[in-house]
Design a protein around this ligand. Structure first.
Ligand code: SF4
Ligand code: SF4
Length: 191
C-alpha cells in the first residue's frame, strides 16, 4: 500500500463526520467564494473560509484541523448569511474547532489569544472590525511589525482595507455590552 492510499484510508469518513456533527451539507458547497468575500477576518487567516470547506469536501483532515482559520473565526455568521447553498459555515468552523480539540490540536495560543483581544478591542471601540488598525496593532504586539506590509499595500491600493474605523449604528450599544461584561468580570473576580 502506498503512503498516499494509507492517508486516504485514515481520513475516509472525515467529511461525513463533520457533516453529521455540524448538521450541514458541506457537499452542497460549489466554491463560489461568497463566504470568503464577506468574512471580516479572512485577511488574517492562513486559509480562506472557502478553502476550509474544500478541505473538508476532500477529506483533507490534517489541513482542515491544523490552520489558524478555525481558531480566528469569530462565529459572526456573515458567511452563513451570504452562502447561496445555505451552508452554515459558522457551524462547520465550530465543529472543526471541537474536533481539533478532541484530537489534542492546539492553536498557536499566544498569537490567537492576542488576536482575539485586539479583535474585541476593535469591535468595542468602533462597533465593527477596523482591519488596518487591527493588523498594525497585532503586528506590533506580536513583534512582526512588517508582517503584512506586502499584503497591506496592494489591499490599500485596491481600496480593500478600511483605513479609518468608521462607526456603525449601534456602536454605543456594543460598548455598553462590553462595559457590562467588564462589570460582571469584576464582581466575579472579587469572589
Ligand atoms: S458561500 Fe457557500 S457555496 Fe460559496 S464557497 Fe462559501 S460555503 Fe461554498
Ligand atoms: S463566521 Fe467565521 S468564517 Fe464566517 S464570516 Fe464570520 S469569522 Fe468569517
Amino acid at each position: 500500500m502506498t503512503n498516499l492510499s494509507a492517508v486516504k484510508r485514515k481520513n475516509q469518513g472525515f467529511k461525513e463526520k463533520i457533516e453529521a456533527e455540524s448538521g450541514q451539507s458541506v457537499t452542497s458547497c460549489y466554491q463560489c467564494g461568497k463566504c470568503t468575500g464577506g468574512c471580516p477576518l479572512s485577511f488574517a487567516m492562513d486559509y480562506a473560509p472557502r478553502q476550509i470547506v474544500r478541505m473538508v469536501q476532500l477529506n483533507m483532515k490534517d489541513r482542515a484541523l491544523n490552520n489558524s482559520t478555525i481558531w480566528l473565526c469569530a462565529t459572526c455568521s456573515t458567511c452563513t448569511a451570504r452562502c447561496p447553498r445555505e451552508v452554515d459555515l459558522a457551524a462547520v468552523m465550530d465543529t472543526l474547532r471541537i474536533e481539533a480539540r478532541h484530537q489534542g490540536i492546539k492553536p498557536k495560543e499566544k498569537d490567537v489569544a492576542l488576536f482575539h483581544d485586539i479583535f474585541l478591542n476593535s469591535v468595542k471601540k468602533s462597533g465593527r472590525v477596523f482591519e488596518m488598525g487591527m493588523t498594525v496593532a497585532y503586528n506590533m504586539k506580536s513583534g512582526n511589525l512588517m508582517q503584512d506590509a506586502e499584503l497591506g499595500l496592494p489591499m490599500f491600493v485596491k481600496n480593500k482595507l478600511n483605513l479609518t474605523p468608521d462607526k456603525i449604528k449601534g456602536a454605543k450599544e456594543v460598548k455598553k455590552i462590553f462595559d457590562k461584561v467588564k462589570e460582571i468580570e469584576k464582581v466575579e473576580g472579587g469572589h
